[in-house]
Each structure stands twice: as C-alpha cells, then as structure tokens.
Design a protein around this ligand. Structure first.
Ligand code: FES
Ligand SMILES: [Fe+2]
Length: 383
C-alpha cells in the first residue's frame, strides 16, 4: 500500500520564542532532556590510544571519556572530590600518566577505576576515608564503535530502536566500529540547540541557503527533503528527473565537491536496494548519522548554554578508503563543511530575530512536519 504524504494538513503554532533564550527554560531542558537521554560522545577511534581522552560540555555539566591504559573506555564526571575543581581542562588530550591529577591542589585519581590515589596534604586526618572519594562514574554504552553517555541516576537502558528516531537496519549492518575517523571539525553556533535541530529538519531553506547542495540533490531545489512530501508523489516514482524522483543529480555518487565517490563503496551498501545516495538517521537530542556511498558523517550537537551550541562532525571511512593515498578525503569533507557553515549562519540569523517585542511564536508550514515531530518530542520530554 502506498504511504500517505507526511506533510502537515494544517498550519500549527511553533514553540514559544522564549524557549530558545530563557535561561530557566534551558535549565529545565538540561534536567529533563540532557540529563536523561543517551548523549553521543564520539567514535571510539577518536580516543584510540591508551590514556587519550575527550571532555564533553553539556550546559554546565562536564564529563570525561577516556581510554585507560589497558585499552578500556571509562567515563567520569569531570569534578575533583576535594573542592570541586575541573580535572581535565582541555576538550581533548592525553594523560601524561595513568593518573588523573587535579590542576588545583594535585589530588590524583587512578584513571582505570577512578579511585583516589593521593592527596597533597602532609597529614592524613584519622577520619579521612579515601575509598569514599573516588571519581563519580558516568554510565556509558559503546554501540557499534559509537560511544554514548547517560547522566541519569536511573541507569537508563539502551534501546537501539527507540534511540534512533528513524531507525533503519542499515545502521546495524554497517560496521562503524571498524571505520577510521578521517577528520573532526568543530564549530560553535550562536543559537539555541533546538534551532539547530529545526533547521536540520526541513528543506524549505535549501535553494537559497544551500545552492551547491540543491544542485547536487535536485529535489532540494523544490524545497523538499523527500519524494513523499510531494502530494502527488506516486506519479513521480521512477521519474527520469531526480528533481522529482529524489536522489543525486545524474552522474553524481556522493556528497562531495565534484559528486565523485572516487570508486569507493561501503561494503554493506553495495547491494542496498533503492539507495538514493544518502541516508540520514536522527538521534535526538545529540546526534545524527549521515550515510553516503563512500563515507559516513556523524554530527554531534551539544548545548553550551541557552544561546550557544557546539556542533562537531566526524568523518568515518572504511579502513581501505582511509588508507588509500589516492582517495582525496577533502572532496567530501570540504563539501560538508560548506553546507554546515551555511546552516550555522541560518541558525544564527534565526536566533537573532526571536528577541524582538510583539511576536512570541512562529508558525509551521506543511513541509515542516519533521520540525513539528521534534517540537512535540521536546514538549513531551519537558512536561
Ligand atoms: S580541588 Fe582538586 S585538589 Fe583541590
Ligand atoms: Fe540546511
């Protein structure tokens, strides 16, 4: 049976503008969303070497994710038990020894189990119990090479299918864990984190914000993300022109500057039916996977505060592609950065406009059904 078009049948009100700049509202989201959901940290190979680490900032929270000397992943709250100083100051780095040493008064902790090893006081008081002062562990899950953390005290269970809002079995088939991280790119965007996701969720902005991308994916030039948004989409199946049937422009294979995938095809995509050149899989609130024929891009979204968001992209390549000196990674990396910068600018433009008096919310148009789905998700979570 043919699916119905997902577009909205009537105009609906969007979320109140003050949800995007009120600090008290952001605090509520930190508590109800960011402290409960699984949040993406990085690909395992980003901290490949023993003692390498990253830190994650989620609002005022800060978390360490490291590979201990034996090669296992560990995660701790980035707080010293002495008087609360931050332990690891950098966003990424390598510990000099197997100890995590506080930069303030030099208490040190074993990075493998978080145990307090030594303080800097010359006297140890009688009632001082070292064993009660270990680093606070953070619950984490490594799924297919991708590390997620969870700050909830409830020991939230990992559920793959509900985790990814648009679960597609292809993500269980592709062995991301065997992929190499070819590049990491970070950008702080002056917008609330929800503005990032809303922009991600529609293509009404595509032709004017992304001219190059709309040329590569012709249906985007019609402001549509997917063929099914067209009310008469059944008639367009198998249409000769990708402007109507979706997919990449003729002769192009991947999202890259020249459209070429340089002869690379991810093993598991070789026989994938109806693959139109890209699969996007969303994981609110913190990441999406973009799967292309020759590479995968993982984009992480973290709120710095109520009006600032950090976006991080990791480009994953099959080992053989990563090792191939003839394969020019910049072809895909630079194209995606161009698109992400365009989106970043649009998000900042959006954020700047919402403070003015006299207007307190926007409206969603039919094509913004994904924005509505996201807004409904947020609303439900913060209740
Ligand atoms: S706060 Fe860490 S040693 Fe004092
Ligand atoms: Fe965009």
């Amino acid at each position: 049976m043919l699916q119905k078009s997902p577009i909205l049948q009537s105009t609906v009100k969007s979320l109140p503008f003050n949800w995007y700049f009120k600090e008290t509202h952001f605090k509520k989201e930190l508590k109800k969303i960011w402290s409960n959901e699984w949040v993406y940290a990085c690909h395992e190979n980003n901290i490949k070497k023993p003692l390498s680490y990253i830190t994650l900032q989620i609002g005022q929270f800060n978390i360490i994710i490291l590979r201990e000397k034996g090669g296992q992943i560990r995660s701790y709250i980035n707080t010293c038990n002495h008087r609360g100083s931050t332990l690891c100051k950098e966003t990424e780095g390598t510990l000099k020894t197997a100890l995590i040493t506080c930069p303030y008064h030099q208490w040190s902790y074993n990075s493998t189990d978080g145990k307090l090893i030594k303080t800097s006081s010359f006297i140890t008081p009688k009632n001082f119990d070292k064993s009660k002062l270990s680093l606070k562990k953070v619950n984490f899950k490594i799924w297919n090479g991708l590390i997620f953390i969870n700050l909830s005290e409830k020991q939230t269970k990992w559920n793959l299918k509900s985790q990814f809002q648009d679960y597609d079995s292809i993500i269980s088939k592709i062995q991301f864990e065997k992929f190499e991280v070819g590049h990491v790119w970070k950008k702080n965007i002056n917008c609330n984190w929800k503005i990032f996701w809303e922009n991600y969720s529609e293509c009404l902005h595509c032709p004017n914000i992304h001219p190059e991308l709309s040329d590569l994916v012709p249906i985007y030039s019609r402001r549509l993300m997917d063929i099914k948004e067209d009310p008469n989409w059944e008639e367009k199946i198998g249409h000769d022109d990708p402007k109507f049937s979706g997919g990449l422009r003729k002769g192009s294979e991947t999202w890259s500057l020249n459209g070429s995938a340089q002869g690379k095809v991810i093993k598991e995509l070789k026989n994938k039916k109806n693959f139109q050149g890209h699969i996007y899989i969303t994981n609110w609130p913190s990441m999406f996977l973009a799967i292309f024929v020759d590479h995968v891009r993982v984009v992480r979204v973290l709120p710095i505060d109520h009006e600032n968001t950090q976006v991080t992209a990791e480009w994953l390549f099959e080992k053989s592609t990563y090792d191939d000196k003839k394969y020019d990674k910049k072809n895909v990396i630079d194209f995606a950065i161009k698109v992400m910068l365009q989106d970043g600018e649009a998000c900042e433009l959006n954020q700047k406009g919402i403070y003015n008096p006299g207007i307190s919310a926007g409206v969603l148009m039919p094509e913004e059904y994904e924005v509505k789905r996201f807004q409904d998700w947020v609303t439900k979570k913060i209740r």
